[in-house]
Design a protein around this ligand. Structure first.
Ligand code: CP3
Length: 344
């Protein structure tokens, strides 16, 4: 057997007796040690661009819980910043960026090949982690999917319905397609460098894929993922890719086959039983416990965790939440979830 890391075995299609486990946003504000390191860094972006401290917060949940994977500490919005967009975070509100409304706004951005000067500290974080992680822990790199990143770049902030991005797509498709193409190219370069620095798996976060319907889903969720995955696998044969088209609903079915992803991460809007039948038939799946159980805990957490492990236990499965853990989560509930998955 070429590898013994459990995450890599599941991604290769093996059904394991106990699913490997990690958690989206596992390094985050629910952990006191994260809040302390973030305080030391000053603010969120300074933490992202400080390789020693970013590596430290990546390692914190591994030390505390022994997750099977560590996810690089960074953010999907570092790529737009590297392309020349302004980026800042407003406490309690979220990200703010310069907007894209016109061709002139787009023309101010840099070429995809020019991103690395800004992103070099991220690659350094990956190099530190690949030296320091325990042997059995898999290192996951990531980027946002072009559509999701475009929704922030166009609106200049998070939006409940991705309205500004939809409006640009429908009113000026030529400009919109340039944004998507630049992000597709930049994502390939960004993820390639993470892989060269030591990332063993990469994940593509399409958090707002659910607002793309019909042919738009094909064109802006499926096609870019397919292009990115094909380019990565050509440059780095065998690199496993996890795709997360959050909110895809019925479109989760067939997503792995259509894009070449080795694993599809599913949110909590689809049931584990449905996922077993319609998604896992094509390969590994990751998910899908509701994040709110990390706040509320108790018997409901245990029951739901067992249900998911049972429903997805007959095929390759990586246990995870359906979305990121929230700052109000109780660290004790995370331990309860892990103990339940591992049958302790
Ligand atoms: O999962 C991990 O632990 C790895 C690091 C990671 C972060 N963001 C750190 C972060 C990852 C993989 C992301 C992805 C990300 N970032 C997504 C896609 C996944 C998703 O959650 O849908 C999106 C949409 C973003 C953009 C983003 N970053 C927003 C909207 C916010 C503000 C919302 C919030 O939770 O405050 C961030 C900030 C952010 N990214 C934090 C962390 C730990 C909180 C920053 C802080 O410490 O204040």
């Amino acid at each position: 057997m070429a590898t013994t890391k459990k995450i890599l075995r599941a991604l290769a299609g093996e059904t394991l007796e106990t699913p490997p486990i990690w958690m989206m946003r596992q390094a985050g504000r629910y952990l006191p040690e994260y809040r302390a390191t973030r305080g030391e860094a000053g603010d969120f972006l300074s933490l992202c661009y400080n390789p020693e401290l970013a590596a430290e917060v990546t390692l914190q949940p591994i030390r505390r819980y022994g997750f099977d994977a560590a996810i690089l500490f960074a953010d999907i919005l570092l790529l737009p910043q590297a392309l020349g967009a302004d980026l800042w975070f407003v406490t309690g509100e979220g990200p703010r960026l310069s907007t894209i409304e016109t061709q002139e706004d787009f023309d101010k951005l840099k070429a995809a090949s020019e991103i690395h000067e800004t992103l070099n500290p991220v690659y350094e974080t990956v190099r530190i982690l690949s030296r320091e992680l325990p042997e059995e822990t898999t290192l996951i790199g990531f980027a946002g999917a072009p559509w999701t990143v475009a929704t922030y770049m166009i609106a200049g902030r998070g939006t409940p319905d991705q309205g500004p991005a939809h409006a640009l797509k429908d009113s000026n498709p030529a400009l919109f397609d340039q944004v998507i193409d630049l992000l597709t190219e930049g994502t390939i370069d960004y993820l390639s460098k993470q892989i060269e620095a030591g990332a063993e798996v990469v994940k593509i976060f399409d958090s707002w894929a659910g607002s793309l319907k019909g042919a738009d889903f094909d064109k802006y969720a499926l096609e870019p993922a397919k292009k990115i995955i094909a380019a990565l696998k050509e440059k780095h044969p065998g690199i496993p890719v996890i795709a997360f088209p959050r909110g895809a609903g019925e479109r989760y079915e067939g997503f792995a086959k259509a894009t070449g992803a080795d694993c599809v991460a599913v949110d909590d809007a689809v049931s584990a039983e449905w996922v077993a039948e319609h998604v896992q038939k094509d390969g590994c799946v990751q998910g899908n416990l509701k994040s709110s159980h990390m706040v509320t805990g108790g018997q409901a957490l245990v029951d739901e965790t067992r249900r998911i492990v049972e429903a997805l236990g007959k095929g390759p499965h990586i246990f995870n939440l359906g979305h990121g853990i929230t700052p109000d989560a109780d660290p004790e509930n995370v331990q309860l979830m892990i103990d339940t998955v591992r049958g302790k």
